[in-house]
Design a protein around this ligand. Structure first.
Ligand SMILES: Cc1cc2nc3c(=O)[nH]c(=O)nc-3n(C[C@H](O)[C@H](O)[C@H](O)COP(=O)(O)OP(=O)(O)OC[C@H]3O[C@@H](n4cnc5c(N)ncnc54)[C@H](O)[C@@H]3O)c2cc1C
Length: 566
């Protein structure tokens, strides 16, 4: 085992991890461990739309109200309030370090409203891709006390006597095993879209940090809430962002009807994602899908609107859609409709933390999509994920630094690390009967079929049975490659274990929650039920058995639940 020490270890180099690192590296020595190079984190594929609310003199009330209504009242309102208060300072910080935002001719930053909202609080980075954020933050970190461990895969979080003391990881390139000692650890490993067969997420989005923290004793929260984005390309899952509908794109069924008029008369195509996705799936299920399978996104009349615009904002987005559709679906968007379906996009649940990113385990923090601070509730509004990464990444960074400065290094639990190393050696040499890829596909298809947009008792029970079967098959997998250097077969197996454990939580939570709230739609309980279900689901690891489920109240401050109409 190779041994390394840092005051703070951050797992993940997406937006949340890098933002946390900026805070930590002001005062302490930081190590960032990431399974890919930072610029390959999923954040880079985001279009870079960020809610920044409010500007001085503006009232944050409406932004908060719409975020909470969008989240179907499951959001913890104290956390949403923080997001509404700290956005502007964050914008100034980003500008100071060199991020450029789209501006109007008079120099003001352009702000628009994404789906489900009327407040114009969403800004967009000038390149039109959040890669700009990742690159800028990474550049800043290169001049600070930060060491990057790129292409390192973490395998466990080490906790002794209730305090987090470090992590173990393998260097994917060499296969060497590492023990990292730290005073505090921040998890920022992103979401787990790859639980599903159809997703807009990168292949690396396998929820590793969330699953590993869970097995180490950190509780998870609201795992049944998974967002399906209305418009991913039929066939590939590549995202066509909400802006396509914000600029006027219409959704058409096989009869050429703009069906959203029926489901959301006021907002139509730009209703929140849960509303639009469920409406699209309903059209497909009731036989009005084009070729029985997809919905048409119509941008055919749009180009002339942007031709003469002096500001590149919308034109740039339009050109990006044209590019994506041509490259990945061979579609000319001026002549043809784009074939789209709803696909998995975002995980609202995650590691339970408070508004400072603290988990119930001392010295262990989490931020970004892997965490559940509960700002997104039962359905995330567009452009609020990057905001969450920035604001709560910073907060987790502050607290983890304070903690690290207060204590001395504790003893490193070498015995735990050594037993983890032995487990990995055994796994690398595993020669069972089951193929990792086959199990992964079975899992993804089971989840898509039974735990997707519409759920019911029968489907969820089928899924749970299958997951328990796959869990036991996993014990007899065949890795098929016992070499050390770039052993991707081993990495896929480690990811599969994480996907299985998180899937079990999603299904268990969905089976238990007997209502329709936001993205969680139980066909057998199609109404929201505030009397019984205005509460968070909490999941605790229970070894080989199913997770233990309990509940917690939602924090409601100023916005009592109301009927949700769009
Ligand atoms: C196509 C797409 C477009 C989007 N557009 C927007 C948008 O415009 N606006 C918005 O607000 N949101 C958007 N989102 C959502 C948003 O981008 C994500 O929620 C957010 O970027 C997640 O950032 P993160 O830092 O939490 O994780 P990620 O960016 O996913 O980074 C995770 C990091 O963890 C590391 N990691 C993971 N597992 C391990 C392991 N085992 N060992 C070591 N390291 C590990 C990875 O290497 C990576 O560096 C979009 C999402 C997608 C998929």
């Amino acid at each position: 085992m190779i041994f390394q020490t840092h005051d703070v270890i951050i797992i993940g180099a997406g937006l949340a991890g890098l933002r946390a690192a900026i805070e930590c590296s002001k005062f302490v020595d930081v190590g960032i461990v990431s399974k890919v190079y930072p610029v390959r984190s999923h954040t880079v594929s985001a279009t870079g739309a960020i809610h920044i609310s409010p500007a001085p003199g503006e009232d944050p009330e409406e932004y908060m109200r719409e975020t909470i209504k969008g989240g179907d009242y499951l959001n913890d309102q104290d956390a949403v309030e923080i997001m509404a208060q700290e956005g502007f300072t964050e914008l100034i910080h980003l500008e100071d370090i060199g991020v450029v935002f789209h501006r109007d001719l008079d120099g003001t930053i352009i702000r628009s409203s994404p789906g489900g909202m009327t407040t114009r609080t969403a800004t967009i980075v000038s390149s039109g891709w959040a890669q700009e954020l990742v690159c800028t933050l990474q550049e800043q970190l290169l001049k600070r006390r930060t060491t990057f461990y790129n292409e390192f895969f973490i395998t466990s979080i080490l906790i002794k006597d209730g305090v987090c003391r470090g992590i173990t990881a393998i260097d994917i390139k060499s296969g060497e095993f590492y023990g990292f000692r730290a005073k505090s650890v921040i998890i920022a490993t992103g979401g787990w879209g790859r639980v599903y067969a159809i997703t807009s997420n990168s292949h690396i989005c396998t929820g590793d940090g969330t699953a590993i923290a869970f097995r180490a004793g950190a509780p998870l929260k609201d795992m049944e809430f998974v967002q399906f984005h209305p418009t991913v390309l039929y066939g590939s899952g590549i995202l066509i962002s909400e802006t396509a509908r914000v600029i006027g794109g219409r959704l058409l069924n096989s009869n050429g009807e703009q069906f959203m008029k029926k489901y959301a008369p006021r907002f139509k195509e730009i209703a929140p994602r849960d509303v639009v996705s469920q409406a699209m799936q309903r059209e497909i299920d009731e036989g009005r899908g084009i070729e029985g399978s997809y919905i048409g996104l119509d941008l055919r009349q749009m180009r002339k609107r942007f031709r003469r615009q002096k500001i590149p904002f919308f034109k740039q987005r339009f050109d990006a859609f044209a590019d994506l559709a041509e490259t990945y679906a061979l579609i000319d968007i001026d002549q043809e409709i784009i074939p789209v379906i709803p696909g998995e996009h975002f995980t609202m649940g995650g590691i339970k933390t408070d508004v400072w990113g603290e988990t119930p385990i001392k010295g262990l923090y989490a931020a970004g999509e892997c965490a559940c601070i509960s700002v997104q509730g039962a359905n995330r509004e567009g452009a609020n994920a990057l905001t969450e990464c920035l604001i709560f990444g910073r907060r987790a960074g502050i607290r983890a630094t304070e903690f690290a400065r207060k204590i001395d290094f504790l003893e490193f639990p070498r015995d735990q690390a050594e037993s983890e190393e032995q487990k990995l050696v055994n796994l690398r040499n595993a020669k069972g009967h089951y193929d990792v890829n086959a199990i992964r596909q079975e899992l993804q298809h089971t989840m898509w079929k039974n735990v997707g947009l519409f759920r019911n008792k029968e489907g969820l029970e089928t899924a749970l049975k299958k997951i328990i079967e796959l869990k036991s098959k996993f014990k007899e997998i065949d890795i098929g490659d016992d070499s050390k250097i770039f052993n991707t077969a081993l990495i896929y197996a480690l990811e599969l274990k994480n996907l299985i454990d998180l899937s079990e939580c999603i299904v268990l939570g969905a089976l238990n929650r007997k209502e329709h709230r936001g993205a969680h739609y139980r066909e057998d309980f199609p109404q929201r039920d505030d009397k019984n279900w205005l509460k968070h689901s909490i999941f605790n690891y229970n070894g080989e058995n199913s997770p233990i489920l309990s509940f917690e109240d939602v924090v409601i401050t100023r916005f009592p639940p109301k009927a949700r109409e769009y």
